[in-house]
Ligand binder design. Structure first.
Ligand SMILES: NC(=O)C1=CN([C@@H]2O[C@H](COP(=O)(O)OP(=O)(O)OC[C@H]3O[C@@H](n4cnc5c(N)ncnc54)[C@H](OP(=O)(O)O)[C@@H]3O)[C@@H](O)[C@H]2O)C=CC1
Ligand SMILES: O=C(O)C1=N[C@H](C(=O)O)C[C@H](O)C1
Length: 242
């Protein structure tokens, strides 16, 4: 059986993953949190999952690469330099990075890309997300993933079109931009809406997570799939065939 190691094992996601690992046909190789040595887990696991904090990713990725162990990266709030490091590591090991491991969001990203491609730039795109009060990064990794999908539908990268939040005398909206807004509060697991606002009509595509199990199950399925892959950088759509 495939042995999965968890970076961030004591956190909300780490606990959710550990709870269902055996139901999904895998075993737990062990866990690693802020006081543990990541290299020990990387050497003992067949595949790793990382749901920790962005500041810890560099050492986790380096440990995975040195041990030759595939890694699923679910941690969000990553910098451009960290994405470049993931690309570099993918030359040696299989890496799957995603802001959301759920089936629903993976499909939603495809729908958003399609809608953005079919609707002209006179349809304004705005993305909103709401999460629990403990979340440390904004906008969420999922909002960024959906933003990239919308931008790709229009032949751009998100960095070319993105407008974060609005406050003060910001002026009228620039056509073709993608606005992002983040709300925080209570125990909300993760709500995302992509709004296409046209003249006289509005289309909203949304996803509302009700339980962290959807992310945990996706993470374990991704890990089991990734364990058999050649080095490279993969997406959740590769796992789910979407
Ligand atoms: N891709 C996806 O589908 C999803 C992604 N996420 C993302 O996963 C991440 C974790 O979320 P969540 O579980 O809610 O967060 P928590 O704050 O509940 O857990 C974070 C965990 O990371 C550990 N940690 C902190 N620093 C380090 C370190 N230096 N080395 C190893 N472990 C460390 C913490 O351990 P300690 O107590 O020792 O500090 C803790 O166990 C976030 O980035 C979140 O956005 C969340 C849900 C779904
Ligand atoms: O921190 C969370 O909780 C979540 N993080 C991910 C994100 O940043 O999109 C996924 C999910 O929305 C929950």
């Amino acid at each position: 059986m495939t042995a999965i190691g968890i970076y961030g094992s004591a956190g909300r996601m780490g606990r959710a993953i550990a709870q269902l690992i055996e139901d999904e046909g895998a075993t737990l190789a062990g866990g690693c949190d802020s006081h543990d040595d990541p290299t020990v887990l990387a050497r003992s696991a067949d595949v790793l999952v990382d749901f920790s904090i962005a500041g810890a990713l560099d050492s986790h990725l380096a440990a995975a690469r040195a041990a030759g162990t595939p890694i699923v990266i679910g941690t969000t709030g990553l910098s451009p330099a960290q994405h470049a490091a993931i690309d570099a590591a993918a030359a040696d090991i299989a890496v799957l990075q995603t802001g959301n491991t759920s089936l629903g969001i993976t499909l939603l990203a495809n729908l958003v890309r399609e809608a953005a491609a079919r609707l002209g730039t006179d349809w304004d795109i705005e993305i909103t997300e709401m999460h629990h009060r403990h979340k440390v990064d904004a906008p969420s990794g999922t909002a960024l993933l959906l933003g990239e999908a919308a931008a790709a539908g229009r032949g751009h990268s998100l960095s070319e079109l993105r407008v974060d939040g609005r406050a003060g005398l910001v002026g009228a909206r620039t056509e073709g931009t993608i606005g992002m807004g983040a709300l925080r509060g209570g125990s909300v697991i993760g709500d995302h809406e992509v709004i296409f606002a046209g003249e006289g009509e509005r289309l909203t595509l949304g996803h509302f997570a009700q339980d962290r199990t959807i992310f945990a199950r996706g993470a374990v399925r991704a890990a089991l799939w990734l364990a058999g892959q050649a080095p490279g950088r993969y997406r959740m759509g590769d796992v789910l065939g979407l």
